[in-house]
Each structure stands twice: as C-alpha cells, then as structure tokens.
Design a protein around this ligand. Structure first.
Ligand SMILES: C[S@@+](CC[C@H](N)C(=O)[O-])C[C@H]1O[C@@H](n2cnc3c(N)ncnc32)[C@H](O)[C@@H]1O
Length: 251
C-alpha cells in the first residue's frame, strides 16, 4: 500500500468522476443541510475529507470546516478547487491525528469508518473524535448496514455493481467482519482493478464504540432527510453526542 493509502494518485485522479451521482446536488444538499443544522453555528471537522465533496459546500454554507486526510493526492484535488483556501487539512490517520481546535460536529461519511480495518482502530477513531468535540458536540457517521442478508449461506461474493464497463464485487470474510471491495473497469480497452479492504460493523457495535468514548446515541436515520431507520434500511446516518456536564443530564 502507498503512503496515500488506497486513495493514491491513480484513484484521486478520477475520484470525482467515478461515482458522479454522489456529487449531485440532490445527494449533497441534504448532507450539508443536516450537518449545518447539527453544527448550530459552530465549527466542523471532516474525517477523510477527500476532494471536498461535502466540505466545500458546507463551508460555502458558512460553517468553518477543518479536515483530516491520509491521502495527499486527494487533498491536492481539493486544493485545486475554489473555496478550499478556507479549509485547513491535517495530513494523517483520522483514528489518531490531533487537530489543535475543538468542534461542534465531527463527521465521517460515505462508509469511510469501514476504511479502518480493525476494531481497535475504529474504537480509537471514536475516542479521537470525542477528544475533539466541545461538550454537547456531535459525531455523525453515514455507513451501510452490513449486506449479509444478500449473501447466500456458503457464498463469499456479492456483486454491488454490474454494467457494460464496470463491475463491483464485495468479497466477505464473515468470521473477521472483513470485506474487500473489488472494482473492475474497462479503460482504453484494458481492465483496471482497484481492491480496497474494509471492516464492517453493525449499528449496535458502533453505539458501543461511542459509549467507550463517552458519547451516547442521539439520532439514527436511514438517510440525510431523516427517513426512519428500519429492519429494511440499507444504510444509517447516526449521531452520537458528547454529554455536556453543564446541561444537568450528563450520564
Ligand atoms: C470514500 S472517500 C470519501 C471522501 C469524502 N469524505 C467524500 O465524501 O467524498 C474516503 C476518504 O477517506 C480517506 N481515508 C481513508 N482512511 C483514512 C484514515 N485512516 N485516515 C485519514 N483518511 C482516511 C481516503 O484517503 C479518502 O480520501
């Protein structure tokens, strides 16, 4: 693996075009609305800020945003965009990197908690976030519910995208809560492959990680427009709060 992690120059060069739907205003605006409301006039910290898909429109909304990001190649793409000069970015691992500031909201979207491939690293991430939040501040995660109901007994491969020129296959290791997302694409007549390892976690395990970090669940939805979270939900948007000892209800 490169210093930039799995989002190296090759991935960064096409990141904004590889999943154009995720850059649609119809997708981005509800995320920005949700985060701006939770920020409540305070500052925001994005873990895995990438090329600024969410950070730039959130900053344009008037929320000061700071980022943590492993990949210099992704940050170079962010820096090439108007408005990025107002966004500070610390290069490093968001499970451990310290930013000398406090925030009213920290957020980790687009399944990126799963990029931490051990339970210990995911727990460290929750603790790192809690240390960066003001009392009463919130941690927001958007992540898929593990897709195991779609995996027949004995199978390890689930196809999540099949088209003429692109195929996406998730390869599960159920015993380890691991999966590798394999992306294959025909580019200029040859097949290019990117394979990225993840660790999936159920919502209840994330709640326990929050508890270990001194936070508690405040809201859980199946989408950014506060759609109800049910047994059929494919993803969740969860908000954990760092108690404010001054509000008289700290646990
Ligand atoms: C799927 S992209 C999401 C980027 C951006 N948040 C978005 O919504 O478009 C995941 C990003 O997280 C970064 N990343 C993954 N693991 C990381 C880690 N442990 N520490 C810091 N950044 C990480 C990757 O380099 C990549 O830029």
């Amino acid at each position: 693996m490169h210093d930039d992690g799995y989002f190296d120059e090759r991935v960064a060069a096409t990141y904004d075009e590889s999943d154009p739907e995720m850059f649609d205003r119809g997708v981005v605006d509800p995320v920005v609305d949700f985060l701006a409301q939770i920020a409540g006039g305070g500052r925001a910290l994005e873990l895995g800020i990438g090329t600024g898909r969410i950070a730039l429109p959130l900053a344009r909304r008037g929320v000061p945003v700071h980022g943590i990001e492993l990949s210099k190649a992704m940050v170079a793409r962010l820096r090439a965009k108007p408005g990025s000069a107002n966004i500070g970015v610390a290069i490093g691992d968001f499970a451990t990197t310290v930013v000398d500031d406090r925030f009213s909201v920290a957020y980790l979207v687009f399944n990126t908690i799963m990029n931490l491939t051990t339970q210990a690293a995911q727990v460290a991430c929750f603790r790192n976030v809690a240390a960066h939040l003001e009392p009463g501040g919130c941690f927001v995660i958007e992540v898929g519910v593990p897709d195991l109901q779609r995996l027949p007994p004995g199978e390890t491969i689930h196809a999540f995208h099949v088209s003429e020129t692109r195929w996406g296959l998730d390869e599960y290791d159920v015993a380890r809560q691991g999966l590798i997302s394999h992306h294959f694409e025909i580019v200029d007549g040859t097949v290019e492959r990117v394979s990225i390892p993840f660790r999936y976690a159920w919502p209840a395990e994330l709640d326990l990680m929050a508890q270990l970090a001194g936070m508690r669940l405040r809201e859980r939805w199946s989408g950014w427009k506060r759609e109800p979270f049910t047994s059929d939900s494919r993803k969740h948007v969860s908000v954990w709060e760092k108690p404010d000892p001054g509000d008289g209800v700290a646990s």
